[in-house]
Design a protein around this ligand. Structure first.
Ligand SMILES: O=C(O)c1cc(=O)[nH]c(=O)n1[C@@H]1O[C@H](COP(=O)(O)O)[C@@H](O)[C@H]1O
Length: 235
């Protein structure tokens, strides 16, 4: 995907997403997540592609290797540019996901990029320690998952901006660091815990930022998008 900010189209229905996009610039990077996809199916991805947008299909698959591999084989035909799994599913699952994507990608088409969620940006360190039973720092857990994803052949990870530079050191410049949890300096955090601004994301080495409510719920979403894009590109 190109490096423009990825707008999370977290809407219940395709018509809501299309209405939102009517007032936005063309040729965007957008994200279709569970809310839109699970209620409406794959057509929305094809339609967004026809409209000229690049699409990150964010379904965060996490199941046994065979199930994820076969699901990815099907998803490869949906036409997204990027898809994801949870790194916690393990190395076998991630390798099967990649094999499935490769097997399902139609001849002559580019395989969608495959990235793995490390620790959700809504997770804090105390919660990780007590609820997931993972001791140590959140940064250590994220780096561990990033290395596992890299060793499994994936193209990158989803992480917060706070871990992006350490992942660059561990996995290299070209390994994707897709960072949600983006807020303007005075923005509402909502349910996110590990947040940063577009400026800090650019400085920390994020390769992509994912921005939802800071744009979609702004009074003027097009102006909010332009501000995010300008700050992100002023790297
Ligand atoms: O995989 C994701 O996109 C994702 C991973 C993560 O750790 N945190 C996270 O917020 N996301 C997604 O990024 C978007 C963030 O939305 P906002 O918090 O509204 O900017 C949502 O669509 C989330 O599903």
């Amino acid at each position: 995907m190109n490096r423009s900010p990825i707008i999370a189209l977290d809407f219940p229905a395709p018509d809501d997403a299309y209405a939102f996009l009517r007032n936005m610039p063309s040729g965007l990077c957008v994200k279709v997540g569970m809310e839109l996809y699970l209620q409406n199916g794959p057509d929305v991805v094809g339609r967004l592609k026809e409209m000229g947008h690049e699409v990150f299909l964010d379904l965060k698959l996490h199941d046994i290797p065979n199930t994820v591999g076969r699901a990815m084989e099907g998803l490869a035909r949906v036409g997204a540019d990027m898809v994801n799994v949870h790194a916690a599913g393990g190395s076998d699952m991630m390798k099967r996901a990649l094999d499935g994507l490769e097997a399902g990608t139609p001849a002559g088409k580019k395989r969608p990029a495959l990235i793995a969620v490390t620790q959700l940006t809504s997770t804090g360190e105390g919660q990780m320690n007590s609820e997931q039973g993972i001791p140590g720092t959140l940064l250590d857990s994220v780096i561990r998952y990033a290395r596992l994803a890299d060793d499994s052949g994936l193209d990158g990870v989803v992480c917060s901006v706070l871990e992006a530079s350490a992942i660059r050191d561990a996995c290299g410049e070209n390994f994707l660091k897709v960072t949600p949890g983006i807020r303007m300096a005075d923005g509402d955090l909502h349910d996110q815990k590990r947040v940063s601004t577009p400026t800090d994301a650019a400085r920390a080495g994020s390769t992509h930022i994912v921005v939802g409510r800071a744009i979609t719920q702004a009074a003027d979403p097009a102006a909010a998008y332009e501000t995010v894009k300008r700050l992100w590109e002023e790297r």
